[in-house]
Design a protein around this ligand. Structure first.
Ligand code: OSB
Ligand code: MG
Length: 380
């Protein structure tokens, strides 16, 4: 059954856009195959419009290790090119944002953060919650947790046990060569038949297929992004070798990329991250095409603050999100969030905000405390 088209949203008239770089302390370092993050560096967007403000989040990291995007590059392209183009257009609806920014190649996380701020402003003006606009069918979403590489397998088992005690309903661990089969075995042995998956963040090549096939015996829900972003053919080859379903993250940069990967057999599950695909509206298009194709999807995360976390909860409430995502409580990463009501874990779930727009309120004192740079461009 085709989804009912979302009602059109009002255009807003842009007066200015403020960007801030935040440095938000993490409760514990987060280690993946590509490095360790000790402080979350992220960009927050505030759109000032004649109909009120809207907030967005540009989910780049400090270094271009997960993707080619990184904070300083995002900051530059936003201020030098993208925000001036939006201010020139002056009056625009949320879906106009992608169209105005389309000539600029790449920089999808920047596009997503700018679009989200306009979307929030327009939804607030209309009195519509983001979830309702995107097509959410649930008022809460099951919450999984992404666990970084730990000192050793013992520490990993301890850390995972803490999250299970908190009630997280699905565990994902990061793996890399040398920290794969034994870590996976340790968690499976310690906790039995829990919903469990692994994420390699592109750390392997096809030459590692035998090692990756050893993971088959652990009945994982999936293995996420074993090979490089552009290894779309090699992923198809690997997928035929493994019993564990392959799920692409980094490779899925658009709805077109999703359709291509599905056509090639490179992936049988998709991790949807709005930042990686250029926005929440493109994320919904990927959801829709996967749903039509019978492909399960789940909502990934980029250690979002309360801004992006609220939006992810709304997205994850769409009907095709049939696997628990990385939409954790704010306390999984942060002692202090920048919103007044940070996401909490309730019976293994995170609630979908119900207020207009993102349904969150910024805590201005908390925000100022973690702001390291700010700049506003205004309509001339
Ligand atoms: O690969 O899913 C990933 C964080 C940063 C960059 C890439 C990834 C991640 C995570 C964390 O796994 C997910 C979360 O935000 O909880
Ligand atoms: Mg991933």
């Amino acid at each position: 059954m085709p989804d009912a088209p979302a009602p059109p949203l009002p255009a807003v008239t842009l007066e200015g856009i403020e960007l801030r770089v935040l440095h938000v302390p993490l409760i514990a370092p987060f280690t993946t195959s590509f490095g360790t993050e000790e402080v979350r560096e992220v960009i927050v967007v505030r759109a000032q419009t004649s109909d009120g403000e809207g907030w967005g989040e540009i989910v780049t990291q400090a270094a271009p290790l997960y993707s080619s995007e990184y904070t300083h590059g995002a900051w530059d392209v936003a201020l030098r090119w993208m925000i001036p183009a939006l201010l020139d257009r002056r009056t625009l609806t949320p879906s106009d944002v992608a169209q105005v920014l389309e000539p600029f190649v790449g920089h999808r996380m920047v596009k997503a953060g700018l679009e989200l701020a306009i979307l929030d402003a327009s939804l607030r003006a209309a009195g519509t919650p983001l979830g309702a606009h995107l097509g959410a069918v649930r008022d809460r979403v099951p919450s999984g947790v992404s666990v970084g590489i730990q000192r050793d397998a013992h520490a990993l088992v301890d850390t995972v046990g803490g999250y299970l005690d908190e009630g997280y309903v699905r565990i994902k661990i990061k793996i890399k060569p040398g920290r794969d089969v034994a870590d996976t075995a340790a968690v499976r042995d310690a906790y039995g038949a829990i919903p469990f998956q692994v994420d390699a963040n592109s750390a392997y090549t096809l030459a590692d297929a035998d090692t990756l096939a050893e993971l088959d015996r652990f009945d994982l829900l999936l293995i996420e992004q074993p090979l490089q972003e552009d290894d779309i053919v090699d992923h198809a080859t690997l997928a035929r070798r493994l019993r564990t379903p392959v799920c692409l993250d980094e490779s899925i940069v658009s709805a077109k990329a999703a359709a291509d990967a599905l056509a090639l057999g490179s992936t049988s599950v998709i991790n949807i991250k709005a930042g990686r695909v250029g926005g929440y509206l493109e994320a919904v298009r990927i959801h829709d095409l996967c749903r039509d194709a019978g492909i399960p999807v789940w909502c990934g995360g980029m250690l979002e603050t309360g801004i992006g976390r609220a939006a992810n909860a709304a997205l994850a409430a769409l009907p095709g999100f049939t696997l628990p995502g990385d939409v954790s409580a704010a306390s999984r990463f942060y002692t202090r969030d920048i919103v007044t009501e940070p996401a909490v874990l309730e019976d293994g779930h995170v609630r979908v905000p119900t207020g207009p727009g993102l349904g969150i309120d910024i805590d201005p004192i908390a925000l100022d405390e973690v702001t390291v740079t700010r700049e506003t461009l205004r309509r001339s």
